[in-house]
Write a protein that binds this ligand. Sequence first.
Ligand SMILES: [Zn+2]
Length: 335
Amino acid sequence: MKKALIHVKNSIKFFILVFIAICIITGIVAFFFKPIYSVTINGEQVGYIKNKTGLQKRINTYMEKGDDSSGNIAFIQLDKLPEYKLCLLKKDIECNDEEIFNKIIATGTTYYKYFAILDNQEEKQYVKDIETAEAIVEELKEKSSTNIDNLTIMEKYETELQEFSDKDTAVAGLYQQPVAVVAKAKTTTKVKAAGSVNTSLTTSGQKISLGIALVRPVSGKITSRFGAKSSIRKSVHTGLDIAASSGTPYAAAAAGTVTFAGYKGSYGNLIVITHANGVQTYYGHSSKIYVSVGENVSQGETIGAVGSTGNSTGPHLHFEVRVNGVAYNPQNYVY
Ligand SMILES: [Zn+2]
């Protein structure tokens, strides 16, 4: 009984001693050392920081807005995020949170946001904000230029800041006097040369005879009709949108020659087929293109696959019918 009591007493003594030892060691460590973070970028140790949470918050804010002196920074992409390692170091070691923050952001790529005004899918003018872009399109509508049907606004993110046009410069650059358009219309009777996508086009609600029959390139739900307006497209729709799941093959509406096959602005991956009588069909937003320029295709032949490339919010085929460059309602001929 007595023996057991001595044993308990000894155990208590032992634990007290251990506790005191721990306190002394902790005290010494706290006196001479401090917990700080060693920061590594891309495998290279760049220094030490005190406040990890603070630095991470700063980096996140920076990635969202940058220093925003231009007012057009969309976001900043950091290729390599820093790595942190907690360590105990002597108190006299230098911490430089500011310097490390600057080193981290120096590895970033800045993306600028701006708006392009496109005339028939071709970027013509760049402006700083959506308000300016909309004001330009509005003013051109008031001038009732016959060329405005193909004006679209596209939001862009680029690593290089474009030179912006002010409202008047952009309007002047896009506005064509009606007389000039009439003169041009007279010369469009000849069939366009193959190999390029037309750049000065208009739309027409007229129903004219194509002289050739068209078949449906793909079946699916029609999600946007010719002439429709939408929030992502600030002017009337030059084609017909047919929804189908990505990868669905689509066919040539008629026999012809491939005159464009590649990426084209908001069309994304585009195929243009030139048929007889100056008729062309456009197939936009493709996920795959199976044909190349110069190739002859037959009616109903698979030429590409439905996708969502370019200015598109979901997989669909954007199908256009053009005659001498003017877009006509595809539903007058198919669907
Ligand atoms: Zn479309």
